[in-house]
Design a protein around this ligand. Sequence first.
Ligand code: NAP
Length: 294
Amino acid sequence: MPKPKIERLALIGIGLIGSSIAHAVRAHGLVNHIAISTRSETTLARAGELKLGDSYHPDAIDAVSGADVVIISVPLGAFESVALHIKDALKPGAIVTDVASCKASVIADMGPHIPDGVHFVPGHPIAGTEHSGPDAGFATLFEGRWCVLTPPPGTNAAAIEFISELWKAMGSMVEIMEPAHHDQVLAITSHLPHLIAYSIVDTATNLEDDLRQEVIKFSASGFRDFTRIAASDPVMWRDVFLKNREAVLEILSQFTEDLTALQRAIRRGEGDKLQDVFTRTREIRRGVIDYHQE
Ligand code: NAP
């Protein structure tokens, strides 16, 4: 299939993900005009200074008017209000897509407000960093990473194909999934690890002052890696846990049981059990490296 070409692309939200899309579509020659809108004047002005787009709109309605593709990259809690705001300005035949980390909630929040004749193809690039805002984006963020699309039944096949080709043209590999399945998979691969990181770093924060200083000073790779993850945007992650509540709670209860089993093995001095678990987990690491997702 030839490279997709978008006449007018509207980017609503221009933080890490929105600005990375702006860089990537430009770098790969996928777009003629990028219209940008974001909530605050400061971020919009910064997007202009960074030359991320061709036009800048304080009101999202002006960005989406006449747009062939609209990509919404805002925190999970903001999708419904954005959809309600832009719905009447969407061009018939336009494709609306998103990048949010939970899919069932976005489909529930946006789906009912997408007008007939406009195609909605929910998506999630499994790529990111702990940084946020328009300065954080870069063109190669999506290269070699998966992008999961979760189109509801009956979604226009050509629209799914177009968005799929768009992500491939930005360097991603694309997989189609059921939204609930996506949310379960991400609960274990992304949401739980972030929760654990937030929790461990918070435990260190609550230590006595002198001990806390030493934790920071002698932070070996283990704790240091957790601090990187725990530096992720608080609003984005608050929304992830509010919106993917059921899947996270389910995996969290399994995790708590497994952690308790390890605690018991340590208390009882059961070295074999600990070694068994640590040997099994090495295999998972090898699998991750084989998939080039390290
Ligand atoms: P970000 O860097 O914090 O940028 C968020 C953008 O959304 C900014 O343009 C911000 O506007 C706007 N925004 C914030 N609150 C809003 C509200 N209440 N109403 C309307 N706009 C609002 O965030 P991000 O990392 O790009 O994340 C955006 C989406 O991508 C999220 O849904 C997240 O789940 C998903 N995602 C993130 C990652 C990651 O690693 N970060 C990876 C994959 C997917 P102002 O600055 O103008 O206020």
